[in-house]
Design a protein around this ligand. Structure first.
Ligand SMILES: Nc1ncnc2c1ncn2[C@@H]1O[C@H](COP(=O)(O)OP(=O)(O)OP(=O)(O)O)[C@@H](O)[C@H]1O
Ligand SMILES: [Mg+2]
Length: 366
């Protein structure tokens, strides 16, 4: 088993500038705020780290380039430059989606405070562990596994958000047996534009105990804007302890955002030859967006294909295995949430994974 057990790498503020003097100044302020930073000379270099970064500073020299690159809107983005370079700067800030214009030197103390907030030891709550789940083929068991992880985390008293990113999935609330629960579903939130208020979001969603769910419904099929996903995952990372996103195999922009935001992604693959072949295609599309991707192999294995062979064929670490669980299937049909009783192969695997991801003990059977 080669799943990473150390905490995921810390996400650092991102500076987008090719202006050497401005860079020196910002590095000095970041050091004063006690944090390291990531550097990108232009939007192309910034793209992969754009959404996951806890803070993005766009140098005045790259504002137009960022605008042309059509990077998605994201919260906590600041346009920065010296007096005379960006005054007043609001018009371009608005266009690139920056919430603030920081004019140096006046804004130095304010910027140091922003950097301090990103420091690992800052007195902020640490962002929620974020997990993405996707299936190697249709019906692989990904949504059930995502539900099991979320239920298990909530049983461990982690404030958990489960996000349904699959518009064609029929609604993840159904996997939990929550379809009758009141609360907002995605269609009411698809115009979220980067200003989702975490506590308000949580209050508006269907919930039970420590678990809240943002699900699709059974209404008209809608596209999920990437900004809505970015804002939701960001709200989850700030306002919850554990976030699970059920990602479709056909990656749309919102799915890519979710993968990029996740500390860990899991690919669920049935132990069958054709499933492994299909999963290879999913890996090719998804892996470039994942900080860490592990495979969960689900039995039965009609051809006796071993889990390690599936993982080796996909070139991924084996994160876990699931034995066949007919009782789970029956429970799902009755509207019982997966892993709710804390017993069985799915609950056991989810307990181990949530424990590894959070470093917290997770209780067993009820
Ligand atoms: N751990 C499991 N044990 C037994 N059966 C399972 C398990 N997980 C899933 N199933 C069965 O497989 C079916 C499909 O599962 P699920 O909806 O989670 O797959 P998926 O990968 O999300 O599929 P889709 O391609 O539709 O997104 C379930 O309805 C259930 O019958
Ligand atoms: Mg699914």
């Amino acid at each position: 088993m080669s799943l990473r057990t150390t905490p995921p790498p810390r996400r650092l503020p991102l500076l987008v500038t090719a202006d050497g003097d401005l860079l020196d100044e910002l590095l000095r302020l970041a050091a004063a705020g006690g944090t390291e930073v990531e550097l990108a000379a232009d939007p192309a270099a910034a793209r992969a780290r754009w959404l996951p970064a806890p803070l993005v500073l766009i140098g005045h020299d790259q504002a137009q380039a960022c605008l042309r690159a059509r990077l998605p809107r994201r919260p906590r983005t600041v346009l920065v430059g010296r007096t005379g370079e960006i005054d007043p700067g609001w018009e371009i800030a608005e266009l690139v989606g920056a919430e603030h214009v920081a004019t140096l030197p006046a804004a130095e103390p304010w910027l140091v405070d922003r950097f301090t907030e990103c420091h690992a030891d800052a007195p902020l709550d640490r962002p929620a562990r974020t997990v993405a789940v996707l299936g190697g083929r249709g019906g692989a068991g990904a949504s059930v596994f995502a539900g099991g992880l979320a239920v298990t985390a909530a049983r461990a008293r982690l404030r958990t958000l489960l996000v349904d990113a699959d518009p064609l999935g029929g609604g993840l609330d159904l996997v939990l047996g929550w379809e009758e629960l009141d609360g907002l579903r995605w269609p009411a939130l698809t115009d979220a534009d980067g200003r989702v208020d975490a506590p308000a979001l949580v209050r508006a969603l269907p919930s039970r105990g420590d678990l809240v769910v943002l699900s699709w419904d059974r209404g008209d099929l809608l596209a999920l804007p990437a900004q809505a996903m970015a804002a939701t995952v960001d709200a989850g990372r700030r306002g919850r302890d554990f976030v699970v996103v059920d990602v479709p195999r056909q990656l749309d922009e919102a799915a890519v955002v979710a993968l990029q935001a996740a500390d860990q992604a899991y690919l669920v693959v049935p132990a069958e030859l054709r499933a492994a072949a299909a999963a290879a295609r999913v890996v090719a599309a998804a892996a470039p967006h994942c900080a860490a991707l592990g495979v969960i192999v689900r039995g039965p294995a009609p051809g006796r294909l071993k889990a390690v062979e599936v993982a080796r064929a996909l070139g991924l670490p084996l994160a876990g295995t699931l034995r066949p669980e007919p009782a789970l299937c029956r429970g799902l049909e009755r509207g019982e949430a997966p892993a709710a009783g804390g017993r069985g192969p799915l609950a056991t695997l989810c307990r181990r994974l949530v424990g590894e991801l959070t470093g917290l003990p997770v209780p067993g059977a009820a």
